[in-house]
Design a binder for this molecule. Structure first.
Ligand SMILES: [Zn+2]
Length: 115
């Protein structure tokens, strides 16, 4: 992968990271709202805690995405981006455009998924 392609993916990943960080911030603020409105409110406690669980799940998933993005960014720094971790082959640019955090080529991913 050439330097221009690498920097394109770097920008893509940084933009993705920023989007997630913003949404985590929003989630946290919403979480805060729940705590404050809960006091003296007639909101059903069960449904309220269910909603809070959903928020936690969301941020866990987002945290995982952030880790994946950081790994991909590190790979760009090391000029190792776009190399399949399994077979050492190249991951297609089309696949990386769709999933910039992909660490496996489509063949290895398919093999892994079918296991
Ligand atoms: Zn592979």
């Amino acid at each position: 992968m050439n330097a221009k392609e690498l920097s394109t993916f770097k920008e893509l990943l940084l933009a993705k990271k920023e989007t997630i960080l913003k949404s985590i911030k929003n989630t946290k603020e919403e979480g805060k709202d729940y705590t404050t409105t809960e006091v003296g409110d007639s909101v059903d406690i069960a449904s309220n805690s269910y909603e809070r669980e959903v928020l936690f799940e969301l941020s866990d998933n987002e945290r995982k995405q952030l880790v994946d993005i950081d790994i991909a960014l590190k790979k760009i720094e090391d000029k190792d981006f776009g190399t399949c971790e399994d077979c050492g082959g190249k991951i297609s640019v089309e696949r990386l455009e769709a999933v910039p955090t992909a660490t496996l080529c489509i063949n290895c991913q398919t093999k892994k998924d079918s296991k």
